[in-house]
Design a binder for this molecule. Structure first.
Ligand code: PHE
Length: 339
C-alpha cells in the first residue's frame, strides 16, 4: 500500500489530482481507515504491531503528500510570475488627454473676460417657471412676443428655459443695490422647439450679461460689446448697433461685428453688407426693473444675450451647428487649446 501510494503521489502533476489521492487513501473509505477499523478482528498480541505499522505508513504518505503539494505550488507561482512579466523596453501607448468642448472653451473665454471686469458668473435652473422665464421679463401670459421663442412646456407653469434671462430676473430680485451695482453674466444651456438643421438646434447655449447701476447709458453697452468682440475675434473687429425689438429691453438693438470672412469689404457670407449679426441687447425695460423691485428713478441698466454656438461657428468657420452636438472626436479635437 505504501509503495503504491507513494508512486501515485509522485506521478500527479496537479493540485486537484493530489487532493483526490489524499481523500482516496486517508479518507473515511480509504484502505488505512479500513485497517484500523479491522483491528478488533486481529489477535490481541498482534494489534500493537499492526497499529505501529499502519501509523508508520500513514506518516510516510502524509509527508509525501505535503512535499508534493509544496512542489506543485511553487511550480504554479513560478508559472504565474513568468506570464506576468512586464517588458519595460516596449514602447508605451500614447495617453490621449481630454479637453473642454469647443463651446465650453468659448464660454470660459467670455467668463474670464467678464470676471476681469468685475462681473459675477451666475447660473440658474434649466427647468424654469413661466414666471421667471417670461412674466418677470415683461412677457405676460398671452404676449405675442412669446412666439419668438418656441418653448418646451412641461406643465402650464413649468418649462425648459428658452433663454438664460430668468437667471437675471432671479438675481436682480435678490440684489441689494445699497451695497453696489449689479454686474453679472449667466452662461448656460437653453431649449427651444426648433427642428434641428444646419443653423437650428433644440438645445444650444447662451451667455447673457446684465449691468444695473446709476447713470448707465447705451454708450456703456456699446463699449462693453466692443471689448467682447475684440477679445473673442481680434482687435480689428468693429461693432455696429441696429435698432431691433425685444420685450425686455427698450430701446433694443441687434449688434453686428465686422464680417470675419471679408473684414468688412463685402462677400457672400455677409450678403455684401460687411457685417455679421452676433447678438441681441438693449437698455433694460422699466417694467422688468420694477417687477424685480428695482427703483427705476435711481437705477437703470443694459442687457445683452449671445450664443456661444454661433460665435464658435463664426470663429472657426463651422457651417453646421449639429457638429457641436454629435460629439465626433475627429471634429472636436480640432479645437485643441494647444493646437
Ligand atoms: N434672451 C434674449 C433671446 O434669447 C437675448 C437678449 C438678452 C436680448 C438680453 C436682449 C437683451 O432672444
Amino acid at each position: 500500500l505504501k509503495a503504491k501510494s507513494l508512486k501515485e503521489i509522485s506521478r500527479t502533476d496537479g493540485l486537484k489530482g493530489l487532493e483526490d489521492i489524499r481523500v482516496n487513501i486517508l479518507g473515511k473509505k480509504g484502505p488505512l481507515t479500513g485497517i484500523l477499523r479491522g483491528m478488533r478482528d486481529i489477535p490481541k498480541e498482534e494489534r500493537p504491531k499492526v497499529g505501529e505499522l499502519s501509523n508508520h505508513v500513514r506518516d510516510n504518505i502524509v509527508a509525501a503528500l505535503e512535499e508534493k503539494k509544496a512542489e506543485l505550488e511553487a511550480a504554479q507561482t513560478a508559472k504565474k510570475l513568468e506570464s506576468e512579466t512586464i517588458d519595460v523596453t516596449l514602447p508605451g501607448k500614447p495617453v490621449t488627454q481630454g479637453q473642454p468642448h469647443v463651446i465650453q472653451q468659448i464660454i470660459d473665454n467670455i467668463e474670464d473676460l467678464f470676471l476681469g471686469m468685475g462681473y459675477q458668473v451666475i447660473q440658474g435652473p434649466e427647468v424654469e417657471t413661466d414666471k421667471y422665464n417670461f412674466e418677470m421679463l415683461n412677457l405676460p401670459k398671452d404676449h405675442p412676443a412669446r412666439d419668438m421663442q418656441d418653448t418646451f412646456y412641461i406643465t402650464d407653469e413649468i418649462l425648459m428655459r428658452s433663454q438664460t434671462s430668468p437667471v437675471q430676473a432671479r438675481t436682480m430680485e435678490k440684489h441689494d443695490f445699497s451695497k453696489g451695482p449689479l454686474k453679472m453674466i449667466s452662461p448656460g444651456v437653453v431649449y427651444r422647439r426648433d427642428t434641428d438643421d444646419a443653423t437650428h438646434s433644440h438645445q444650444f447655449h447662451q451667455v447673457e450679461g446684465l449691468v444695473i447701476d446709476k447713470n448707465i447709458t447705451m454708450a456703456d453697452l456699446k463699449g462693453t460689446l466692443e471689448t467682447l468682440a475684440k477679445e473673442l475675434f481680434g482687435d480689428r473687429f468693429e461693432v455696429r448697433l441696429r435698432p431691433s425689438y425685444f420685450p425686455f429691453t427698450e430701446p433694443s438693438v441687434e449688434a453686428d461685428v465686422t464680417c470675419f470672412n471679408c473684414m468688412g469689404k463685402g462677400c457672400s457670407v455677409c450678403k455684401h453688407t460687411g457685417w455679421i449679426e452676433v447678438l441681441g441687447a438693449g437698455m433694460v425695460h422699466p417694467n422688468v426693473l420694477r417687477m424685480a423691485g428695482v427703483d427705476t428713478e435711481v437705477y437703470g441698466g443694459f442687457a445683452f444675450g449671445l450664443g456661444p454656438d454661433r460665435f464658435a461657428m463664426l470663429r472657426y468657420g463651422v457651417d453646421d451647428i449639429r457638429n457641436f452636438y454629435q460629439n465626433d472626436v475627429r471634429f472636436l479635437t480640432q479645437f485643441s487649446k494647444k493646437g
